[in-house]
Design a protein around this ligand. Structure first.
Ligand code: SF4
Ligand code: SF4
Length: 84
């Protein structure tokens, strides 16, 4: 079984142009366009808050540098016991 890599995304609404490419591209459909408008007068993308795998597809599909950021959540790693 493949290890699950959970993540989350952060959208900078000031940079987002509301093109919706990330929404269309997300394989788990955890992005949507907000109902409200940003300073450009468009509906910015918004993370629904659950389900992101951290795959990064939205990041690579976004045409606006800095509009969307993907972060991966790593599993806690148990440190080895201190040795002498
Ligand atoms: S990183 Fe992947 S799963 Fe997460 S919001 Fe972007 S496209 Fe969707
Ligand atoms: S692809 Fe980028 S610019 Fe387009 S809606 Fe998503 S975050 Fe905004």
């Amino acid at each position: 079984m493949a290890a699950e890599k959970r993540g989350f995304v952060s959208v900078d609404v000031a940079e987002c142009k509301g093109c919706g490419l990330c929404v269309e591209a997300c394989p788990v459909e955890c992005l949507e366009l907000e109902a409200g408008l940003n300073a450009y007068g468009v509906h910015p993308a918004h993370y629904t808050g659950a389900g992101c795998t951290g795959c990064g597809i939205c990041f690579y599909d976004c045409p606006e540098p800095g509009a969307i950021e993907v972060m991966k959540i790593r599993e806690a790693v148990h440190a080895p016991a201190h040795q002498g």
